[in-house]
Ligand binder design. Structure first.
Ligand SMILES: [Zn+2]
Length: 277
């Protein structure tokens, strides 16, 4: 069993100037590819189940599937609930064996975000599970607004909630299909000066490998959430597979053909978060 908590994989990353990939899972084939990639890189990995994946498939199925992958893996695997929006969401994940939950209260007024995140973090801690919170608002490309994290609020949030990791808004945006993020280094430095908690960048697809590695080395950012980059990779691999063999109809054959491509892409992502030692 190599199931690990978020805190367990982020502590050495923070110490050594690396980051750990939080890879967004949508099914069996991609999740399996991500674990294969982590094993090939001898690095830990965070398998994330977000709202879209949960709407598509019950959390009970996700929990069993990821537990199976983690149990057979030779590297630490974190089973992470991404963007839980209620204590009940997080409770359900903890009861099913997830080792990390994100409570996203970023849209709430500050006092409510602190109060509710503190409650979820305590519940997680009692179960031996990690908790990630979010302060400031990480918006969506072409969608919901962004609000940069206020460094003083971030310090209060981290201290009063006792979270294991803190997602911040410093120019990162969800769902970017190109490397267009403009990181606000002054804001990030101000946050880092005021708190020692590991920081998380959602919308990691908007940053190049070099940008991610530099942030990992020079700041407390030690988790990057990456989804869009991998979903683009999957879509391309699937289209190529079907174009190359128009007679192909078997679901297992079609989806399995995407795995080597996803594994390669995930390997590059994971390797890109670690500087050469
Ligand atoms: Zn996110």
């Amino acid at each position: 069993m190599t199931r690990a908590t978020l805190a367990e994989v982020l502590a050495p990353a923070l110490r050594d100037g690396h980051a750990v990939a939080g890879l967004v899972c949508q099914g069996w084939e991609d999740a399996r590819a991500y674990v294969a990639a982590a094993e090939a890189e001898a690095a830990p990995v965070i398998l994330q189940v977000g709202p879209g994946a949960r709407a598509h498939m019950p959390l009970t199925v996700w929990a069993a599937m990821l537990a199976e992958l983690a149990g057979a893996a030779s590297v630490p695997v974190v089973l992470h609930l991404d963007h839980g929006t209620s204590a009940e969401d997080c409770r359900a994940a903890i009861d099913l064996g997830f080792t990390s939950v994100m409570f996203d209260g970023s849209a709430l007024p500050l006092e409510d975000n602190i109060a509710q995140t503190r409650q979820v973090a305590a519940m997680a801690r009692d179960a031996g599970v990690s908790c990630e919170g979010e302060i400031g608002i990480v918006g969506y490309a072409g969608g919901a607004r962004t609000e940069g994290t206020d460094p003083d609020e971030a310090a209060r949030f981290a201290a009063e909630t006792s979270i294991d990791a803190m997602a911040v808004s410093v120019g990162n945006v969800h769902l970017q299909q190109t490397r267009q993020a403009r990181i606000d280094h002054d804001r990030l430095s101000a946050i880092a000066e005021r708190t020692g908690v590991p920081l998380v960048i959602h919308g990691g697809s908007g940053l190049s490998h070099d940008m991610r590695r530099t942030l990992a080395r020079t700041s407390p950012v030690c988790k990057f959430n990456i989804g869009t980059e991998l979903r683009i990779c999957f879509g391309r691999a699937l289209r190529d597979t079907l174009t190359d063999d128009p007679a192909l109809f078997d679901r297992i054959a079609i989806l399995s053909a995407t795995e080597p491509v996803l594994t390669d892409t995930a390997r590059r992502i994971i390797a890109g978060l670690r500087h050469p030692t």
